[in-house]
Design a binder for this molecule. Structure first.
Ligand code: ZN
Length: 152
């Protein structure tokens, strides 16, 4: 256990114990459920998307620390962004998690998410970390369908 691992663990536990943007959105554009049967993680993601922008995101997560922390960090990273920007963040995060060879440095606005790289040594937990993100991809698709397609 080195210093970086300690910092990573602290960041994950902080988001686990105090999940950001936890709860429901009363007037959500859509809500999407995600399940990871391998670990028993479940979450419901609420999105409010207007004019191609994510105005609000909230989630109710019942899962392990990795799943809850990943969702919490994700909500902070994409809150208020245009959908196109959010998709770039999703791609960057997934590329980081699926690259087992090396540590990837993330842009500053995604800094907390680097903490989840420690999870890469445990293949089963990678699914826990990715669940909120895969649920978000589905959510964005149904939000856009709800709005009658992508606005350019
Ligand atoms: Zn899990």
């Amino acid at each position: 256990m080195n210093l970086a691992d300690d910092l990573y663990r602290e960041t994950i536990l902080d988001h686990y114990h105090n999940p950001r943007n936890h709860g429901k959105i009363a007037e959500a554009t859509c809500s999407t459920e995600g399940v990871n049967p391998l670990c028993g993680d479940e979450l419901t993601l609420y999105l409010k998307v207007r004019d191609g922008k994510i105005e609000d995101i909230k989630m109710e997560a019942h899962g392990c620390s990795i799943n809850t922390a990943s969702g919490s960090m994700m909500s902070e990273a994409i809150m208020g962004l245009p959908v196109s920007e959010a998709r770039k963040i999703i791609d960057t995060f997934k590329a980081m998690m699926l690259n087992k060879e090396s540590q990837i440095e993330l842009p500053e606005e995604m800094e907390d998410l680097e903490a989840l790289q420690g999870v890469k040594q445990y293949p089963v937990r990678i699914k826990c970390a990715l669940l909120p993100w895969n649920t978000l991809i589905e959510g964005l698709e149904s939000a856009e369908a709800e709005q009658g397609g992508v606005k350019k």
